[in-house]
Design a protein around this ligand. Structure first.
Ligand SMILES: C[S@@+](CC[C@H](N)C(=O)[O-])C[C@H]1O[C@@H](n2cnc3c(N)ncnc32)[C@H](O)[C@@H]1O
Length: 272
């Protein structure tokens, strides 16, 4: 079986970001991500003591829910720089103490030694130059500044032998194949702890959280937006038939539906 190291070494076929914000599905993805994961993200910010006056950098801000929380927390004496390779959803935020910047963390420079907090969530899994990007995010920290990166680890698989009803659909498997083809490292979250230590951060700590995606929750909504956006790629590659795709999409509305989410590792470290 192919491991993540093999996947990382393989050249991507096309543009690296598979879930382009220009896709109509993105407007459903961001509210779902916010409902599912913001509370945990904010808990980590509060534990670090994010407070008025902090200067924060939010990478790949997506729908802007995290940047909005940070802007409210740091107040008029603080500042938030929120970036995205495609900032179309951030541009409508109009936050007085925040700057929105179109920026590719893979290639574009960042201010150095400028931030008390640098945060990203579900961004570096998609970035081919993810280790270089991580090093750049660390260089953007002031001494004593904190980096928190939250990334998925898909190595915990649903297993009907453990939880009857947990089923990995053909569409889900096809989606993971498309992501692998495009260079996504679906287990990057698990590597972050070691990487942050290697890159010189101190007080490195990691906590993983997983959610049972069940009918009526934001989980199926997130899955639906991802499946629909990758429909053409999955069909085009011959990874799934239209019939299976339709059946799997309908299953997301089944009251019995359940799927453990990937583990979202929240890994933090301080620049000495
Ligand atoms: C899965 S979404 C996560 C959005 C947000 N961080 C959240 O957790 O709700 C990934 C985001 O990263 C952005 N992105 C992808 N590749 C990027 C890159 N190379 N540089 C900056 N942003 C990128 C995408 O445009 C998208 O908004």
């Amino acid at each position: 079986m192919e491991n993540s190291a093999t996947r990382r070494d393989r050249a991507p076929a096309e543009s690296p970001y598979v879930l382009d914000n220009a896709g109509k599905e993105a407007s459903a993805r961001f509210p779902a991500l916010s409902v599912l994961f913001d509370a945990g993200t904010i808990r980590h910010f509060e534990a670090l003591g994010v407070s008025p006056g902090w200067r924060c950098l939010e990478i790949g801000g997506g729908g802007g829910s995290v940047a909005s929380w940070l802007a409210a927390r740091v107040g008029p004496t603080g500042h938030v720089l929120v970036t995205d390779i495609d900032p179309r959803f951030l541009e409508s935020l109009h936050l007085e103490n925040a700057e929105v910047r179109r920026h590719d963390i893979a290639t574009d420079p960042l201010p150095e030694a400028a931030f008390d907090l640098v945060h990203a969530r579900l961004v570096l899994v998609h970035v081919l130059q993810r280790e270089r990007a991580l090093a750049q995010m660390i260089a953007a920290l002031k001494p004593d500044g904190w980096l928190i990166d939250e990334e998925f680890d898909s190595s915990v698989f649903p297993d009907p032998a453990v939880g009857p009803g947990e089923v990995l659909s053909k569409t889900h498997l096809a989606m993971t194949r498309v992501m692998d083809d495009r260079g996504v490292d679906r287990n990057f979250g698990r590597r972050l702890f070691g990487l942050m230590r290697t890159l010189g951060l101190v007080d490195v700590a990691a906590e993983g959280r997983t959610i049972m995606f069940s009918a009526g929750s934001a989980g199926p909504s997130l899955l639906r937006s991802n499946y629909e956006q990758l429909h053409d790629a999955m069909i085009g590659a011959g990874y799934i038939t239209e019939q299976d795709f339709r059946a799997d999409l309908a299953r997301l509305d089944d009251p019995e539906f359940m799927l453990p989410s990937p583990v979202l590792w929240a890994v933090r470290g301080r620049r000495p």
